[in-house]
Design a protein around this ligand. Structure first.
Ligand code: ATP
Length: 465
């Protein structure tokens, strides 16, 4: 546990020190469970996002994109069931006032209360209380409240005629992105040449009033989701569900995650409309075990049926081939972009003891995800001929690769810094380069240095990035 805490501290500190992730509004004392992404964090996030988008849309011919607004007609959330039941069970410590998710607390005692009823949760909490086992994880006191439901919906008064957030004038910041996918299903179908089966994918912000959000960007109150809803014939659900499970699993492997780092978690308790639900869990070194990074769910025809009912607009599908009308079923894949970024950093973080005893910290990102692909250095900052030549190389590469020019400190320091932001290649222009038109390429992982002719440099890098 200590090791895990220690690693988490190291990751949080590295992310801030090197400009990946900053706590929000820090100069005002911060704002709980909200983070801002700095330069390298933004580049890394964009690369993960692009890898998902390419895999889910560009490389397929049955999925199209959408960029829906955050605010939607509040009826959306009534129809989807979020207003009545998108909540988590909450328990408070009467002594230290810490707040916990009751299902997570029960998990610590080996009790699975995932999506369980309040009766079940309170029953289990009472049993633990009676046995004298139930303790506050923060202060150890045995004085915890009963579990009660806490809504995760975040409210706003956008467009409301009053400041009051009463039931009639409140609007919600979407708790998941798929709402607009269901609402734009008909427009998407009508405006494209797609027939069933086809999917709609979207990346965007979502907001949840999480009870406890203390695990860095693993769980935040504002986050980005990457979701895809696949609309299909009811009889195809089983096969397509398996196809999507395979497709999503492969995406992780293609992004540097090993088979042994991830596993499937099959949901025991399913929503009444769902026929199957699995999560992909990643073994976070910094969180001490496997945690959900993505959900793959067979949602039946629940969403389109509900939105048809509440909007009065028929969202059923007419199949020309069989001349039948029915409500399409949905298989969805849903991942958090910030959570995946945390996974990629957790996986990449490496400490290596060098021959001289020094410890080198490296983020071993897969090259395609690395925020900076190539760093270019002049050996000495005060030699204009070296600086000019290095600038020339930098200018010749920057249109093709995300590059960084660095002439601060000595070469050793520059390597350390680039290792910590995960740059796969560092190039150094030295005096020999001026004579021979070549450059030293240093590999991040092996630290080997190779001299490459400038004329061959682009091809050398392209082959490796
Ligand atoms: P959890 O059980 O961790 O609260 P969930 O089952 O409620 O997650 P879903 O509603 O299925 O999550 O959301 C799909 C994905 O969105 C999750 O797998 C996760 O990657 C991401 N996600 C959900 N909530 C958050 C959050 N608060 N912060 C960051 N990512 C999140």
């Amino acid at each position: 546990m200590e090791q895990t805490d220690n690693l988490m501290e190291k990751l949080v500190s590295l992310c801030k020190r090197r400009g990946f992730i900053f706590p929000s509004s820090e100069i005002y004392g911060g704002f709980s469970a909200i983070y801002d992404y700095g330069h390298y964090g933004t580049l890394l996030k964009n690369n993960i996002r692009d890898s998902w988008w390419k895999n889910m849309i560009q490389e397929r011919d049955d999925v199209v994109g959408l960029d829906g607004a955050i605010f939607m007609n509040p009826k959306t959330w009534e129809a989807s069931g979020h207003l009545s039941s998108f909540d988590d069970p909450q328990v408070d410590c009467k002594k230290c006032k810490s707040r916990f998710r009751a299902d997570h607390l029960l998990e610590d005692y080996g009790i699975n209360a995932d999506k369980a009823s309040l009766e079940f949760i309170n029953g289990e909490l009472n049993k633990l209380k009676e046995a004298g086992k139930l303790k506050c994880p923060t202060c150890g006191a045995k004085d915890l409240t009963e579990a009660k439901r806490f809504s995760l919906m975040v409210k706003s008064n956008l467009g409301s005629p009053t400041d009051e957030l009463s039931e009639e004038n409140v609007v919600y910041l979407r708790p998941e992105t798929c709402g607009s996918i269901f609402l734009q299903y008909k427009n998407t179908l009508d405006s494209s040449s797609h027939k069933l089966p086809f999917g709609i994918a979207q990346i965007g912000k979502a907001f949840r009033n999480e009870i406890v959000a203390r695990q860095f960007v693993f769980r935040t109150r504002e986050f980005e989701q990457m979701e895809m809803q696949y609309f299909l014939f009811p009889q195809d659900v089983k096969d397509k569900f398996e196809d999507w499970k395979k497709a999503r699993w492969s995406w992780y492997l293609a992004n540097g995650i090993k088979e042994s780092d991830i596993r499937w978690y099959k949901h025991e308790k399913l929503a009444h409309y769902a026929s199957d639900a699995y999560d992909i869990e990643y073994n976070f070194k910094s969180l001490g075990g496997f945690k959900e990074v993505e959900g793959i769910h067979a949602r039946g025809d629940f969403d389109l049926t509900q939105h048809s009912k509440f909007s009065g607009i028929d969202l059923s599908y007419f199949d020309e081939a069989t001349k039948t009308r029915f409500m399409p079923h949905v298989v969805e894949t849903s991942a958090g972009l910030g959570r995946l970024l945390f996974m990629i950093i957790d996986k990449a973080y490496t400490e290596e003891t060098l021959e001289n005893g020094e410890v080198r910290t490296v983020l071993k990102f897969p090259p395609k995800l690395a925020p900076i692909k190539v760093a270019i250095f002049p050996l000495l900052k005060n030699k204009p001929e070296l600086v000019n030549k290095a600038r020339e190389v930098y200018n010749s590469l920057k249109a093709e690769f995300m590059c960084e020019f660095d002439d601060n400190g000595n070469i050793g320091k520059r390597y350390r810094r680039q290792d910590e932001i995960g740059t796969p290649f560092c190039l150094t222009i030295d005096f020999d380069s001026l004579e021979n038109d070549d450059i030293t390429v240093r590999d991040r992982d092996s630290m080997e240095q190779t001299r490459i002719k400038l004329a061959e440099l682009k091809n050398y890098l392209k082959a490796r990035l």
